[in-house]
Design a protein around this ligand. Structure first.
Ligand SMILES: [Zn+2]
Length: 420
């Protein structure tokens, strides 16, 4: 896989610096490893890191504010690279019905499942969708998420997909969090297109995506490649249309069966292929060759009580970067904690704590095309980082959820507490 060069640490100290953070161990995550710097320091100018190293070697920066921690660790800000946080309603009633013995078929016949989310999303105003998304983002931000990707895909009409994407853009302006927007119109077939899947795909490619691109409402385009959604051929049409508009692609692939969507994604140099429970060694090889990140989503695996694990050993063997994400969505992963996903990635998929942490920092950033600017503590990167009163990074993975106290720095400034 192509390896991006790490920014070089300059031997000359930067000429200006507005703040220095010191007194904690830096968990830099450089090259996907902890790469600890004991008793470290981070110097920040504007929104960028300009120097990292041992506090003892820290140059004197006249006039810089010095923030002294009494121990603990500093990690890069967390990146949740796969969510569906904007949607109308929720599916807790359906969750309860299923556990009371009501079948999927009966729930679907009564208008449940994804269609209920589509209906609720279509009916909601932009402001209503925004308020509901804020409620779901709050716990993610409180635990240190500084960058989040959010997909559309519950509108499934031109008007409602654009509405979702506008809400996603507004969240990025309103909140102290980097928001990447992904158009997932090829998520499911809307009921009015029943039996006319190719016509729906044509509408997405020929009408919706050009508007999305011209209004700059998305940073990437995603699709769901599965028997119950869209075929590899239909996905390929979406990829061709997206790339003609200059938009990078991603793919929900190999979640429930093997259609080699991940190899298709690799052919189109997708930023990521996501889920991947049924991916094969050949898929992993193709992803490695194209630099496509494997995004693992243990929340959906857990909630669906799946038994087929993604081929983590193959990803390791071929050096495919593995990211972890919440997949926060109303049906299969109502997950409001990315830190809980760290633990699930380790307990369910047998990742190491170091791999899991890389999955929500440097590899999560790569899955969004942000590897040059986010995901590690290195000079030249955006100054998004978190101080934790913990002794070692594995503790972030070890605790099962809960809100650990932390200080979040976003673009070089301490982020205030987020309140609705
Ligand atoms: Zn998803």
């Amino acid at each position: 896989m192509p390896v991006a060069l790490s920014p070089q640490i300059s031997s000359e100290p930067p000429s200006d610096c507005h703040s220095v953070w010191r007194g904690a161990t830096l968990v830099t995550m450089r090259d996907g490893h902890y790469n600890l710097i004991e008793d470290g320091a981070i110097a920040v100018t504007g929104s960028k890191i300009v120097w990292t190293g041992s506090a003892a070697d820290c140059p004197d920066f006249p006039g810089a504010a010095v923030h002294e921690f009494e121990g603990g660790i500093i990690t890069p800000g967390f990146v949740d690279c796969h969510t569906h946080l904007v949607f109308g309603g929720d599916r807790s009633e359906e969750f309860e019905q299923r556990l009371n013995g009501v079948s999927y078929a009966d729930i679907a016949a009564a208008g449940g499942g994804i269609l209920s989310t589509v209906n609720a999303t279509r009916e909601a105003t932009e402001d209503e969708l925004l308020a509901q998304a804020l409620f779901r983002l709050q716990p993610l931000l409180a635990e240190g998420v500084t960058c989040v990707e959010i997909k559309s895909g519950y509108g499934l009409s031109i008007e409602s997909e654009l509405k979702m994407l506008r809400v996603i853009r507004r969240l990025g302006v309103m909140l102290q969090v980097e928001v990447k927007s992904t158009c997932l119109a090829a998520h499911a077939l809307p009921p009015e297109f029943k039996g006319r899947t190719d016509e729906y795909i044509a509408m997405v490619c020929d009408t919706l995506l050009p508007v999305v691109a011209s209004e700059n409402l998305a940073d990437a385009v995603d699709a769901f490649c599965e028997h119950l959604a869209f075929s590899p051929e239909q996905v390929e049409r979406v990829f061709i249309a997206a790339q003609a508009l200059g938009l990078p692609v991603k793919l929900h692939a190999e979640q429930l069966s093997s259609l080699h969507g991940s190899a298709l994604a690799a052919r189109y140099h997708a930023l990521s292929a996501d889920h991947l429970e049924y991916a094969t060694a050949e898929d992993a090889q193709a992803m490695a060759a194209s630099g496509t990140v494997a995004v693992l989503l243990p929340g959906a695996y857990y909630l669906l009580r799946e038994t087929q694990c993604p081929p983590v050993d193959e990803f390791r063997k071929y050096n495919v970067p593995m990211a972890l994400a919440s997949d926060a969505n109303p049906g299969t992963s109502p997950a409001l904690s990315l830190r809980l996903m760290l633990n699930m990635g380790c307990t369910l998929f047998r990742l190491t704590p170091e791999e899991a942490l890389a999955g929500i920092t440097c590899h999560g950033a790569r899955a969004l095309g942000l590897q040059e600017t986010h995901g590690t503590l290195e000079p030249g990167k955006v100054a998004d980082f978190i101080h934790w009163p913990l002794s070692r990074p594995a503790e972030l993975v070890y605790w099962l959820g809960g809100q650990l106290p932390c200080t979040v720095v976003f673009r070089g400034e301490v982020r205030g507490e987020f309140r609705l």
